[in-house]
Ligand binder design. Structure first.
Ligand code: 15L
Length: 263
């Protein structure tokens, strides 16, 4: 069980905001850290994760880090390299130097986006990144493994699906992670007693889900929402999927296209 403040990188972003609004109700005291300012978080540290001189002092009194910061979609390799690869290294290294053992790392389903769609995709297969973005998440998961094995840290890597207020596409009826379940997932990872290293998929309990949620359940994550309640509304708005759409073929859906869209 973690005690002390939780440092939340990427706190001004969409998922960061969900967590800022939900985790305090479960007893967590947060310290937000983001390059952008969140108007509703006056105490936030406005700084870049690539700056070790800014990261070091904010680790004071911190019991765990939830690391969300970075580019959340496909981009140029040099930008991904800097924000997601170097940035993630800086965060893990600052945590290690400060003696902070537990890190909850926001990986992504795009670490295995080129896995063919299947009824229950496991977490323990080889990496199948669908983009440079997905590749940076493979790096983050491997970096976490190194810091667990070499430095005795305790890390959960969350292969987050589609975390939005509501699902808005046919794919998201399978991949949706509700804001409430995102909070429950991170809470479980902060409280899990025996965690050394785990990779878990992060989705709600979706009727059409295609990722194995048992690894998360083993950490105490019990999702309560289900995208199915939005199915009629989504299908009325966007219709059934074209069978040639990559959303049919691969876990990562349209990210597997040569020129992935920015969602
Ligand atoms: C992600 O990793 C992205 O950050 C998010 O914006 C969504 O596109 C999501 O994956 C998804 O697969 O829907």
């Amino acid at each position: 069980m973690v005690s002390g403040t939780v440092l939340l990188t990427g706190s001004a972003g969409r998922i960061g905001t969900y967590l800022r609004h939900g985790l305090p109700g479960l007893g967590w005291k947060l310290r937000g850290y983001d390059i952008a300012t969140a108007p509703d978080d006056p105490d936030q540290v406005v700084a870049d994760i690539r700056d070790p001189d800014r990261l070091a002092p904010v680790m004071d009194g911190v019991g765990a880090v939830v690391h969300l910061a970075g580019i959340p979609t496909e981009d140029r390799f040099d930008r991904i390299m800097s924000a997601n690869i170097d940035g993630t290294y800086q965060v893990f290294e600052a945590a290690r130097r400060a003696g902070v053992r537990r890190v909850v790392y926001a990986s992504s389903n795009h670490a295995v986006g080129f896995l063919p769609r299947q009824p229950l995709a496991p977490v323990d297969g080889p990496p199948r990144p669908d983009t440079y973005y997905g590749l940076s998440k493979v790096f983050g998961e491997a970096l976490a493994r190194l810091y667990v094995d070499r430095h005795g840290m305790s890390v959960a890597c969350l292969r987050i699906g589609s975390c939005f207020d509501e699902p808005s596409s046919v794919r998201q009826l399978s991949t949706w992670l509700s804001p409430g379940d995102a909070v429950r997932l991170v809470h479980a990872c902060l409280t899990a007693p025996d965690l050394d290293y785990a990779v878990v998929y992060g989705t709600s309990a979706n009727t059409r889900g295609w990722w194995d949620l048992d690894p998360g359940r083993r950490l105490g994550f019990e999702p309560v929402d289900n995208a199915e309640q939005y199915a009629a509304q989504v299908l009325a708005a966007v219709g059934e999927l074209d069978p040639n759409d990559p959303d049919h073929a691969y876990l990562g859906g349209r990210f597997t296209r040569a020129d992935p869209p920015v969602i």
